[in-house]
Design a protein around this ligand. Structure first.
Ligand SMILES: Cc1cc2nc3c(=O)[nH]c(=O)nc-3n(C[C@H](O)[C@H](O)[C@H](O)COP(=O)(O)OP(=O)(O)OC[C@H]3O[C@@H](n4cnc5c(N)ncnc54)[C@H](O)[C@@H]3O)c2cc1C
Length: 309
């Protein structure tokens, strides 16, 4: 059966801070707006506990912050749909095509706000332990490991910050990094100040073990070329992020890391296609910059649609 064709002024892909802010601004400008989300609304911040650097709040939970922005967007008519996966996009067509499992949307403009996901541990058995000792979000899952033995894998600022956060909960905290640390010296010194922290450099995980849950990891010392088993209750993987561009990477220009190339005006190489939030090439990836991009992209879409008439 042929899918129903539906027209929308703007289709926004991704319902994180950038996408929802874009929905708020585009809806408030009187446009018909659809936001499509492949997982749960909220993106990376959905499960974060106390966010202390979003202006206007001394401390706010990610879900509370995001659901407020969603409510604001919906108040201005935007529709947020997290149950209709996108199967195809054609971004150079006019109107642009966004085909989901249930319909074909014809959109005047498209805002790409698909953000990032954490890079996964490349050991084949890692998927088996995901949520059972292998974790990717210390703020979401760290509390479960109070008084336990925990490791963070990675050596950048994000990994060192994660290790510092977890060192306050865990009885023992290992930071395992395959080469040298890349984090700034101040963060590393702060981490070293915790008596329960051990930093293992030139070391990498080679195998995971445990029956129903993770109980140990085999680590390999790359300099000494020796392996040993480390009893552990959890590993928090923090080895970088990957932009979510699989859906459209062959259509919009991206940089070497896969981020969509777009300037402060959020315009991509394609007319009427905007990139907002962490998915865009930029220096600072935060909630405030995601919200700023959502604003700019939406107002850019309004201007673009006006120019078509
Ligand atoms: C643990 C953690 C804590 C953080 N803490 C802070 C903090 O305290 N303060 C701060 O300012 N920043 C913080 N950040 C950074 C901040 O979360 C990000 O900068 C911000 O969430 C980026 O928003 P975004 O909308 O661009 O992307 P995301 O939040 O990544 O949202 C993108 C959305 O697009 C969806 N999506 C992806 N692919 C598709 C597809 N094909 N179809 C439909 N939908 C798709 C995703 O599921 C996701 O919901 C934190 C990040 C993490 C991971």
């Amino acid at each position: 059966m042929e899918k129903e064709r539906r027209k929308r002024d703007v289709v926004i892909i991704g319902a994180g801070m950038a996408g929802l802010t874009a929905a708020l601004y585009a809806g408030r400008s009187g446009l018909s707006v659809l936001v499509l989300e492949s997982e749960l609304v909220g993106g990376q911040i959905a499960n974060a506990a106390g966010i202390e650097n979003y202006p206007g709040f001394l401390s706010v939970g990610g879900s509370e912050l995001i659901s407020t922005v969603q409510n604001q967007a919906e108040k201005f008519g935007a529709v947020v749909n997290e149950f209709d996966a996108i199967v195809r996009v054609d971004l150079s067509a006019q109107p642009k095509i966004v085909e989901t499992e249930s319909a074909v949307y014809e959109a005047g403009a498209v805002i790409l706000a698909t953000g990032m996901k954490r890079r996964k541990l490349s050991l084949t058995e890692a998927a088996r332990y995901e949520g059972r000792g292998i974790h990717y979000c210390e703020l979401c899952d760290g509390q479960a490991y109070q008084g336990k033995k925990v490791a963070v894998i990675g050596g950048g600022n994000a990994a060192v910050d994660a290790a510092e956060y977890l060192s306050k909960l865990a009885a023992k905290l290992y930071l395992i990094q395959r080469s040298e640390l890349r984090a700034d010296a101040a963060s590393v010194n702060r981490l070293r100040g915790h008596g329960n922290v051990e930093i293992l450099l030139h070391t990498e995980p080679r195998a995971l073990s445990g029956d129903k849950r993770l109980t140990a990891v085999t680590i390999f010392d790359r300099k000494a070329e020796t392996a040993k088993e480390l009893p552990l209750d959890a590993i928090f993987v923090n080895i970088g992020v990957e932009p979510n561009t699989a859906l459209f990477a062959d259509q919009v220009k991206t940089d070497k890391a896969g981020n969509i190339i777009a300037g402060e005006d959020c315009r991509t190489n394609l007319d009427g296609v905007f990139a907002a939030g962490d998915i865009r090439t930029k220096e600072v990836r935060q909630l405030t910059t995601a919200a700023a991009d959502g604003t700019t992209a939406a107002l850019g879409a309004v201007k673009y649609l006006r120019s078509l008439n």
